[in-house]
Design a protein around this ligand. Structure first.
Ligand SMILES: NC(=O)c1ccc[n+]([C@@H]2O[C@H](COP(=O)([O-])OP(=O)(O)OC[C@H]3O[C@@H](n4cnc5c(N)ncnc54)[C@H](O)[C@@H]3O)[C@@H](O)[C@H]2O)c1
Length: 290
């Protein structure tokens, strides 16, 4: 009978066997079967573009069934149709209080359970100094970036508790750790996401629910193009060059590089990680550069 990853965990947890080196057969099996999300059901918000689309594809490659959520119907359909029967789509605004309840229900009705959620959708808002932002713009940004994470957690927790656990990952930003000029509401929203994640990790721990954040930047996606357009006052190439000059690794990250961290945090490979903020940032937060 072939080895299952769960056999591997049982085997390594047995105290008298804990230090035994992996047998050759098991090692080969794990290398041949890298599917870390086999039979798992994962919700991905913001799945029509950038990081969310890359994460949806990687989840399916790792064996998951996925519920894709986005408000952009056309692009969401394009991502979904590339994933066949493993994916179902929900066109919805994550700022709508009902959306989280709908994606949890859809996952349960279609695939019978819900194991992980990548609360990834977000917006940058208008690039402008603090005194030019309107109250309506500020509130909309917080509804999309922050309240959606709270409503996601609120809908996911009862479902995951009933199942005995789960993993929730929010896409925050290095902007959740550092300040930045001319994009203050976005920066404040990502600080808030990290606060929610830490608190939710404490509330979920006893029920086996892990909650983590990723903090990417700068990643080459339409959102980054929007930010560079705003910061560069129209000269997007100059603005992109300035952004890259501040990254120790001297390049933009790719959506796939962030997706790999999201998949790791969604899977059992990260079983001892909760309440954490995981950088995928080319070194930006490490310190002043050069
Ligand atoms: N690109 C970066 O450099 C970067 C850096 C740090 C954090 N992030 C975060 O990563 C996440 C994904 O961004 P991305 O760079 O892939 O951007 P993107 O623009 O490529 O994708 C964002 C997706 O979210 C969807 N979306 C936005 N608002 C929505 C709403 N109200 N309801 C439903 N869907 C909505 C959009 O339609 C889009 O498909 C965001 O939370 C963003 O803040 C991005």
């Amino acid at each position: 009978m072939p080895w299952e990853p769960s056999d591997f965990l049982r085997w390594t947890r047995a105290p008298n066997l804990a230090l035994r080196p992996l047998g050759r057969g098991l090692r080969e099996h794990l290398m041949d079967n890298p599917m870390r999300l086999r039979e798992r059901v994962v919700v991905v918000t913001g799945a029509a573009s950038g990081i969310g689309a890359a994460a949806a594809r990687q989840c399916v490659r790792e064996g998951a069934k996925v519920v894709l959520v986005d408000r952009d119907r056309e692009r969401l359909d394009a991502v979904r149709s590339g994933l066949g029967d493993a994916a179902i789509a929900l066109v919805a605004d994550i700022a709508d209080a009902e959306t989280a309840r709908r994606y949890v229900e859809l996952a349960q009705k279609t695939f019978g359970r819900i194991d992980a959620a990548l609360l990834n959708a977000g917006m940058a808002g208008r690039i402008a100094p603090i005194d030019e932002v309107t109250p309506e713009e500020f509130d909309r940004l917080f509804a999309v970036n922050v309240r959606s994470v709270w409503s996601g957690l609120a809908a996911l927790f009862p479902a995951m508790k009933a199942q005995g656990g789960g993993s929730v990952v929010a896409t925050a930003s290095t902007g959740g750790l550092l300040g930045m000029q001319r994009i203050a509401p976005y920066i404040a929203s990502k600080h808030a996401v990290i606060g929610l994640v830490k608190s939710a990790a404490l509330e979920g721990a006893r029920a086996g629910i892990r909650v983590n954040a990723v903090a990417p930047a700068p990643i080459d996606t339409p959102m980054m193009a929007h930010i560079n357009q705003g910061l560069g006052a129209g000269d997007i190439e100059k603005s992109r060059a300035r952004t890259v000059s501040r990254v120790p690794l001297r390049r933009f990250g790719t959506p796939e590089e962030v997706a790999r961290m999201l998949v790791f945090l969604a899977s059992d490979e990260s079983g001892y990680c909760t309440g954490g903020v995981y950088l995928v940032d080319g070194g930006v937060v490490a310190g002043t550069y050069p």
